[in-house]
Design a protein. Sequence first.
Length: 417
Amino acid sequence: MSVDPRESQPNPQGSRIDPYVDAYAARAAGMVASEVRALFAVASRPEVVSLAGGMPNISALPLDALGELAQQVVVEQGRTALQYGSAQGDPVLRQQICEVMALEEIDASPDDVIVTVGSQQALDLVTKVFVDPGDVVLTEGPTYVTAINTFAAYQAHIEHIPMDDDGVIPEALEERLAALTRQGKRVKFFYTVPTFNNPAGVTLAPERRHRVLEICERFNLLVVEDNPYGLLRYEGDPVRPLRAESERNVIYLGSFSKTLSPGFRIGWALAPAAVRDKLILAVESAMLSHSNFNQAIVGRYLATQPWPEQIKEFNEMYRARRDAMLSSLDALMPPECSWTRPSGGFFVWATLPEGINSKAMLPRAVNERVAYVPGTGFYYGGGGERNMRLSFCYPTPEQIREGVRRLVSVLESEIEL
Ligand code: PMP
């Protein structure tokens, strides 16, 4: 993917040549807009069914109740809520976060929790604290696109470990770690989205979780477990997060973005004490403190509203959408295609026949009024050409069925070519 950084964005004079190109830090060289961003602007037109974005569907939120809570926060605790706060985050909210994590059998102390601006900031801070330019970061292949961008911004050397329908393949992780150790490489952590992976939709099988933890412990490697979707399960038994199995070596990232709202921008990291202290210092230098106001509203929401019921309501809505997508794919997709069958989360990962390039096909799909994310965005340095991520979180079941119909008609004409 070669994009000339000087041509990435028009400057205020309207020229596409960036006059500051020689001034940027080396780490900014990799910060370029995605090639498909322009197409996504077109894809947001109302006539296009977007199976591209991963926006949570917040239409079921109790807006009146949230409005009242916001007002109460200003009137009843404005003196603290509108003031600077702590870099670690509000202690009351940190206690409530432990109760949320307990739903997934994670046993944690509020002292070890750091509130962050979404789990995205936690990812950024962890990378800032651990990664020097050239250090190796291991991730699943494919993996969350903005994690790749974060690691690249800190000039990590990113390597992917392959997955199958049961998540990352432990033997592949072990082999790669052994090879990197032999080469004397500094491997900093293994970043994983083990439950309802974004973009793959798959979940790491319980027996593999033990293997992955055992391998990482043997190589003295930190695991960064990113779990924003764990509570969004539509069928089957819950799977314990890696952090519920082991406190050692695991930095756990959580978020309210999918179970409440991404607008509050509240996530968290749970880390061993020494790492926690570094992360708190990193928060201070990044932003002094968190928004007390947002934390107070979320705290009141958790204290006064039936939030586990709200999550159940979200899950019913998302289950219907997932079912609409899987049944349409089952009924319509050409036999040469395959796709994953997520039991939670937002995403299906499809594999197209040999010779079809999903990025090249996207303009034709958008012409036919359907959009998806090409698989290449989820790999660093190549891969995913025959894949696409299909999101079922935002469109209605009817729109999803129509979107899949349009997608299949583009795909069929592509196969015939
Ligand atoms: N990790 C993963 C795997 C995600 O899918 C997302 C959101 N798309 C995030 C982290 C960031 O979420 P937030 O910052 O809103 O908590």
